[in-house]
Design a protein around this ligand. Sequence first.
Ligand SMILES: [Zn+2]
Length: 339
Amino acid sequence: MINQEEIINKFKMLLAEQTKMSNLIENKNIFYAKHIQPLYENIKSLSNEEKREFGKQVNQLKTTLEGLFHQKKNELEEEANKKENIVDYNLNVDTFNLSKGTPNLISIVTNDIISYFKKLNFEIIEDSEIVTVDENMNWLNINETHPVRDPKDTFYINKNLLLRTHCTAITAKAIHNQNKEIKVLSYGYVYRNDDDDMTHSHQFNQIDIVWIKKGLTINHLKSIIDELLKYIFNKEIKTRYRLSFFPFTEPSFEVDISCCNCHGKGCEVCKHSGWIEILGAGMLHKNVFDAAKITSFKTGIAAGLGIERIAMLKYGLKNVRDLYNNDFRLIEQIKKGGK
Ligand SMILES: [Zn+2]
């Protein structure tokens, strides 16, 4: 007869040791091969009557073992499910303060000036930094001997393409063949082959404006610029217009403001003149109208502003590189005391 109890106890001991599903199934098969399979072998040698009784006992035993096996299998499955649902968070991560971002001073000044001209209904243009010789020079009355045409001073890509040396190139493109009243502002980086120092950079930011309309005069130019400077510096600003020369305007002016540092008395900042040069402006040159094929009227005002220069004056910076370093402390400090 079969000692069922002994086999069942051995199987229970085996099951108790199992922790993994794969091992459980493998060990069950080994156990069956060792303890159950031989019982079937024995049946062959028994009489028919004995076979019936023995078969019944083997089946009973197998049913019991299968029951125990499935119980263990369920237990292991439940444990595995529980583990899957537990997410292993590390709640001891070091924390640090993230401060909010802030625009760079170049962006602050640029956006400020753009908002002034938007109020005057100027169209704002941001165009390619690569321009043609026509756009950068030929259409702007810049003659063949002007230094800006020299590859030593300008970054050429090929004979006809270059990195724009001024945003006026974008303006020239915008007004070309536009035989109508037009108000445009272009802005962005311009490039000159200069050595970088305290006040110069080979790459800097400009804003260029042009307003073409019948009957515009120098008085219009002056009032727009005076108001603009008041807006930028957020206070009354004394200005001075000095006759100057730019190829694309006639007459041309350098515009100075009364020194913010000494209020006109004379100091190191203004080289003891009491005045600081801030921008260039003028009445658009007749040759520029001709090159643009504008025939209906030939009066227009133009101005070009260097953003770095304005930012340095407005915020009292001595080194142009302070504007590019993105030193958060400087920006935060200026924002607190700024406009
Ligand atoms: Zn001064």
